[in-house]
Ligand binder design. Structure first.
Ligand SMILES: N[C@@H](CCC(=O)N[C@@H](CS)C(=O)NCC(=O)O)C(=O)O
Length: 327
């Protein structure tokens, strides 16, 4: 009854799923994706993406959010009983997965120290067991290919200040929020933790953003460590206790940047545009649209349709400014 997780230490969605399996105490083997396991990977994967979970009866599952959702029926569950909190948790997971990934990808492939450090680690995984020359050659190839792809997540000279500003601002807001609690929604981990954490874990291991985090955010760093093996340490808190430090994150980041960006991105895809431009957080933003994000925006809107109207939720979403993007 052992699951196999094909993943990479360098992939935020892979480490997210691994931490989740640890939290659920699901027996699993962690298999770093490399040429040695490529045939096995291809046997089960529909998309050339990690993570891939292979179940004990040989079914392949991809995409970290549905992977996690699939195992949620078994205890311990990540989902708070309060449906309003459960939705906010899913929304923060989505913000981490889709917007937090811009911070991660931008810092990783923008600055030379980060490019080299990441390319080296990827090359070692790819060239496992081969000599230094093979690793050095793979490192150069990875660095060249990935720096050329930095624009895929919307990072370019126009958007750089917004991406870096958002990272530092979110870091400060989450640092304040984690002063008095071990996890985003209180004493136990939630979807929100897993989505945000995958990105922050990668950021913490890269030189430039890692230095910023170590200098400015000790509580976030302790949470990054804690989330490697997350545990129930107490109950979820109720919204009134979370609100003073969580509302600013919903307002300034989720409603201020992520949701307007995601809505414009989806509109650009629907219109078949090659690129889109907008004013985001008071600055200009321009990029080629990203296909996957339109699907995940539709999915979060679908998730909103169920708790819509539960006591308290619409008031929170209205006050934060999120509501107009969700229906
Ligand atoms: N939405 C997917 C995203 C998966 C994804 O983008 N994976 C990246 C790594 S982070 C990937 O596999 N890229 C191609 C590769 O590494 O070969 C999820 O949540 O699992």
């Amino acid at each position: 009854m052992t699951y196999r997780i094909f993943g990479s230490e360098l992939s935020p969605y892979s480490v997210k799923v691994r931490s989740y399996f640890r939290f659920k105490d699901l027996p699993h083997d962690w298999i770093p994706r490399s040429p040695a396991v490529q045939a096995e990977f291809q046997k089960y994967a529909k998309l050339p993406l990690v993570p891939l979970v292979v179940t004990p009866d040989g079914e392949g599952i991809q995409d970290s959010t549905p992977i996690i959702e699939r195992f949620e029926a078994a205890q311990p569950s990540l989902v708070p009983e309060d449906p309003a909190l459960a939705f906010l948790s899913a929304l923060l997971e989505e913000y981490g997965d889709e917007w937090g990934n811009k911070w991660m990808f931008h810092y990783r492939w923008r600055y030379q120290a980060d490019v080299w450090s990441t390319a080296e680690r990827i090359a070692r995984q790819m060239m496992e067991g081969q000599g230094a020359l093979a690793v050095a050659q793979a490192r150069a190839a990875v660095a060249e290919r990935m720096t050329g792809r930095i624009g895929f997540v919307g990072s370019n000279p126009t958007t750089e200040p917004t991406i870096e500003g958002s990272f530092k601002h979110a870091l400060a807001l989450i640092e304040a929020h984690l002063q008095t609690r071990p996890y985003m929604l209180g004493g136990r981990p939630a979807m929100a933790d897993f989505g945000l954490w995958g990105q922050f874990y990668e950021l913490a291991t890269d030189p430039t953003p890692g230095a910023i985090m170590r200098g400015a955010a000790p509580k976030v760093m302790a949470w990054v460590q804690r989330m490697l093996t997350p545990k129930n340490e107490g109950p979820f808190e109720a919204w009134p206790a979370l609100a003073p430090t969580l509302m600013p994150l919903l307002k300034e980041e989720v409603a201020g940047l992520f949701l307007p960006w995601s809505t414009a991105n989806a509109a650009a895809i629907a219109a078949g545009q090659k690129s889109f431009e907008m004013t985001l957080g008071g600055a200009s933003w321009v990029q080629e649209p990203q296909k996957y994000h339109a699907r995940s925006l539709a999915e979060i809107r679908r998730k909103y349709a169920t708790p819509k109207g539960v006591p308290g939720l619409d008031a929170i979403l209205t006050e934060s400014g999120c509501l107009k993007f969700l229906s």
